[in-house]
Design a protein around this ligand. Structure first.
Ligand code: AMP
Length: 208
């Protein structure tokens, strides 16, 4: 199964990606993770990418396309993959199609996890982490037990969340119609428990 996973911040995309990789026995390929690893390792590519990442800008297409191209040759990606954070632009989507087609392959689906904006803001702004264990709580839906020290992630504050949602909407404005036209887009309702959302995803993929 060759899949692209798309969803706004706090949509549960990370949770679903982890479960889906297990279930489908394919790796998750995240360009954000690869760029952070390159930066941490201090490679020339990582250092060049850092100036874009630090400014909250997109790293140039040829850089991320090159990373994905190389990653897709790895042994563990031969049975399929779940792409997360790539493609972000139509040129990246076209490059992905080209590099798959070079290998005689194609995407099976682009899965979009849909959650209404108001709910995403509520999910993120009321999310808290236990400072000691890293356990995540939600003040309304999954309240923490009394007496633990909680942390509110800086990027979960309301202004930041609104900005990240704006960026997501701008990013997907051209990408999702592109995949819709190719009849690859599958939209799944992301409101519900993780198990409910997973069941919808598997159904949308014909994997039930
Ligand atoms: P992420 O973890 O996916 O939010 O990515 C973190 C940062 O890495 C982004 O803000 C971009 O600077 C860069 N990045 C990750 N994926 C891409 C991509 N597909 N195209 C361009 N830049 C990317």
């Amino acid at each position: 199964m060759r899949l692209v996973l798309v969803g706004p911040p706090a949509s549960g995309k990370g949770t679903q990606a982890a479960v889906l990789c297990e279930r489908l026995q394919v790796p998750k390929i995240s360009t954000g993770d690869m760029l952070r690893a390159a930066r941490a390792a201090g490679t020339p590519l990582g250092l060049a990418a850092d100036q874009y990442m630090a400014a909250g800008k997109l790293v140039p297409d040829e850089v991320v396309i090159g990373l994905v191209d190389e990653r897709l040759t790895a042994e563990d990606a031969q049975a399929g993959f779940i792409l997360d954070g790539f493609p972000r632009t139509v040129p990246q989507a076209e490059a992905l199609a080209a590099l798959l087609s070079r290998r005689g392959l194609a995407l099976d689906a682009v899965l979009q996890i849909d959650v209404e904006r108001g709910l995403l803001v509520e999910r993120a702004t009321l999310r808290r982490t236990d400072k000691r264990t890293g356990q995540i709580y939600h003040l309304k839906y999954n309240p923490p037990p009394p007496g633990i020290e909680l942390e509110h992630r800086a990027d979960d504050r309301e202004e930041t969340v609104a900005k990240r949602l704006d960026e997501y909407e701008a990013m997907t404005a051209a990408l999702l119609p592109h995949y819709q036209k190719l009849n690859l887009l599958r939209r799944v309702d992301g409101v519900g428990t993780p198990a409910e959302v997973l069941a919808r995803i598997l159904q949308a993929l014909g994997k039930t």
